[in-house]
Design a protein around this ligand. Structure first.
Ligand code: ADP
Ligand code: MG
Length: 578
């Protein structure tokens, strides 16, 4: 974050010359109580505050107060603060290309003052006394000298009292409170060094201590478990674009994209292509329709980003979006691959028998140090062989799990999940490199579908063909399966086609590009070796060998682990040898 404390005393406020104000993406920024909170907290942060206290009554309609310990405003400038296009943050049109503050339009206070009753009390540390002004409907009714600690307190009452039309757009108190909480929590995530305190109707709903510990803020905003398990991105040293923050391990996920949060130079922003970069980084690690949590900070020189795109300042434009997108995707993927070690079983406090320990919940996070030993962070997942050490098959348990020995302990492999991964990578490789081999079925199989299913099959005929299947209408509701991809020889092809039809029925993903991989994952799940199937030692060996060759051997394409690792060290500990 840019340190705003470098300014000494309060910066002077000026009315922007027309050349600047006309270049600003103007617009009405105050549409609901949360917009007021957002603007006031931005101002407090711009003033270098280290503590920001927010009080809200009646979801913000009755009263909102934001108190900060920032630089304050000089007494002779106070009247300017509530004037339109008066700001201490911009001087010339060129400054618009070098914005280091959250605000710059000089619009917020005047817009708020126009639609509410405002009291502003402030004192600059450079002055002995403070100033208080009372503004109503945009007019300063009163100005007086007061005693006050350095900082600024702004009190807003009766929002939209003079613009009843605007009130109609305010949603239920619950919704408005939620919006306010969301905004304050985002600020806290972006500024872990600033203490935040938020109360609704006298009840504290959110606090962050300002200790600088990002995980503490994550725990406050989400929950301690997620905070503990979030994986920290490791920023590349002295790169011109810095990416840092946290992403959730694949098993902690949610059903929509709302958990993907970005800050650019400390400003919360929304950007669909950055969301896509994160989602792509989780490719095949997350189940279909599930999305990660992520809090990602991007820092780059202000010249390379245009924040003057939208009045709410939550949309921005990168001068060169592609490198930013790539960096984000790589940083997330690298962190995930570094993390996707086999979950280590925690044998402590789990009773003393290994079977008991195995059924106990394992930690995907595993032992971080061990993870780093096994698997150095990858900068690119194109080349990520060697993620599983060479393994020696020992046997099969419950007709479901393979036991194998590695240089560093015992590996338990889920035969179904492992085979899913193997089939998926082979299949995708063939599909993507246009080398899909398909094979004619000697005894063609007849499959019956419902009328609805048939129309889906017809609509998606091309996709089905691209995946190496050939179907032929056979009268009525019957179809004949003529060809299947060679890698599925010996498996039940009807299952594959049914999996494809089910996928067409659900069709939850709007991204056509992802569909192929999703279909492939689904087919492979159906056709993979099931649990319950007895495997010879030879078959076990072949399965393990193929798994070792996979690019992402540690999870199935839907994100579940394929293996659990029992490190020698933890066995030794359990047996009291160390
Ligand atoms: P902007 O933030 O775009 O400059 P605002 O209308 O939000 O415009 O604020 C106008 C000016 O008032 C700011 O430039 C700043 O100088 C001053 N100001 C507003 N809030 C504070 C605050 N909490 N602490 C110190 N100065 C403030
Ligand atoms: Mg502002």
């Amino acid at each position: 974050m840019y340190n705003r404390r470098v300014m000494s005393g309060a910066p002077r406020i000026q009315v922007l010359p027309d050349t600047v104000s006309s270049a600003i993406a103007a617009g009405e920024v105050i549409e609901r109580p949360a917009s007021v909170i957002k603007e006031l907290v931005e101002n407090a942060l711009d003033a270098g505050a280290t503590r920001i206290e927010i009080e809200v009554e009646d979801a913000g309609i009755a009263r909102m107060q934001v108190r900060d310990n920032g630089l304050g405003i000089l007494s002779e400038d106070v009247f300017l603060a509530v004037q339109r296009y008066a700001t201490s943050k911009l001087r010339s049109p060129e400054d618009l290309f070098n914005i280091r503050t959250l605000g710059f339009r000089g619009e917020a206070l005047s817009s708020i003052a126009a639609v509410a009753r405002m009291e502003l009390s402030t004192r600059s540390a450079a002055e002995a006394t403070g100033t208080k002004i009372v503004v109503e409907g945009g007019e300063i009714l009163e100005q007086k000298t007061i005693g006050a600690p350095p900082g600024t307190t702004i009190n807003i009452r009766d929002l939209f009292y003079n613009v009843p039309a605007r009130r109609k757009f305010v949603k239920s108190p619950t919704t408005e409170r939620r919006k306010i909480n969301q905004i304050v929590q985002r600020f806290a995530l972006a500024h872990p060094w600033v203490a935040f305190h938020l109360a609704h109707d006298g009840r504290v709903v959110f606090e962050a201590s300002g200790s600088g510990d990002a995980r503490e803020v994550l725990a406050r905003v989400y929950n301690p478990e997620l905070a503990r398990e979030m994986i920290q991105l490791s920023p590349a040293a002295d790169a011109p674009i810095k990416i840092h923050g946290f992403v959730s391990p694949p098993h902690l996920n949610r059903s929509n994209r709302q958990g993907i949060i970005f800050f650019v130079n400390g400003r919360w922003i929304q950007d669909a292509s950055l969301n896509a970069a994160v989602i792509q980084a989780y490719h095949t690690l997350l189940m279909v329709g599930r999305y990660p949590h992520s809090v990602i900070h991007i820092e780059l020189t202000p010249e390379n980003v245009d924040v003057n795109v939208h009045p709410a300042k939550s949309e921005i434009r990168f001068r060169e979006p592609r490198p930013v997108f790539n960096l984000v995707q790589r940083a997330v993927r690298a962190a995930l691959l570094g993390q996707a070690v086999p979950p280590s079983v925690s044998l402590h406090n789990q009773g003393d028998t290994i079977p008991g320990a195995l059924s106990a919940d394992w930690q995907l996070a595993g032992d971080v140090e061990l993870a780093q030993d096994l698997l150095p962070l990858q900068s690119d997942w194109g080349s990520s062989e060697g993620q599983v050490p060479l393994l020696r098959p020992v046997g099969q348990v419950s007709r479901a799990y393979l036991v194998a020995e590695g240089p560093d302990g015992i590996y338990l492999i889920d035969q179904h999940a492992a085979h899913e991964r193997i089939l998926f990578e082979q299949y995708m490789h063939e599909v993507e490199s246009d080398q899909l081999e398909s094979q004619a079925l000697l005894d063609s199989i007849t499959i019956e579908f419902s009328a609805d299913e048939i129309s889906l099959l017809e609509e998606n005929a091309q996709q089905i063909q691209a995946l190496g299947f050939e179907l032929e209408a056979f009268g009525g509701l019957s179809f004949r399966l003529r060809r299947i991809p060679s890698i599925f020889t010996g498996r039940d092809p009807e299952q594959a086609i049914r999996a494809v039809v089910e996928d067409f029925e659900e069709d939850e993903s709007p991204l056509a590009a992802k569909r192929e991989a999703r279909l492939a994952a689904r087919i492979c799940k159906r056709l993979a070796i099931k649990s319950g199937q007895l495997l010879s030692l030879e078959e076990q060996r072949a399965l393990i060998l193929s798994l070792e060759r996979c690019a992402s051997p540690r999870t199935c394409p839907h994100g579940r682990p394929t293996m659990i690792h029992l490190p020698v060290a933890s066995l030794a500990r359990q047996f009291g040898r160390t």
